[in-house]
Design a protein. Sequence first.
Length: 128
Amino acid sequence: MNVANETLAGHGPHGTHGSGHSPSQKQYIIGFVLAILLTAVPFALVMGHSDIGTGVLIAAFAVAQIVVHVVYFLHVNRSEEQRWNLTALLYTVLMVGIIMIGSLWIMHHLSSSMTPGAMHHAVWTGQH
């Protein structure tokens, strides 16, 4: 019996039954309700034309929704079985953060260096 058939039959990859850590239907429902709430609140803020830090609130709700999806649907937690998945997730977040911050830094530097007024002033005053 191969691994796929063992999984379908409810057995682990080594012929043993699952470890009992399978997610329950209650966990899926909690995750689904949280995901809906974390989508509906920012949507209501935008549709209601709220001016009270809407961008920051949307970003905060987006991060919270990512956490809900990772915990309730991908089942990544701090257990021993999930250690490598958690490590890979944290590494991915770190790399994406470095790329985003580096890109924004480069674009800001290029924007400030290439503005028409600054370029015209540097050419005519002899500052290169």
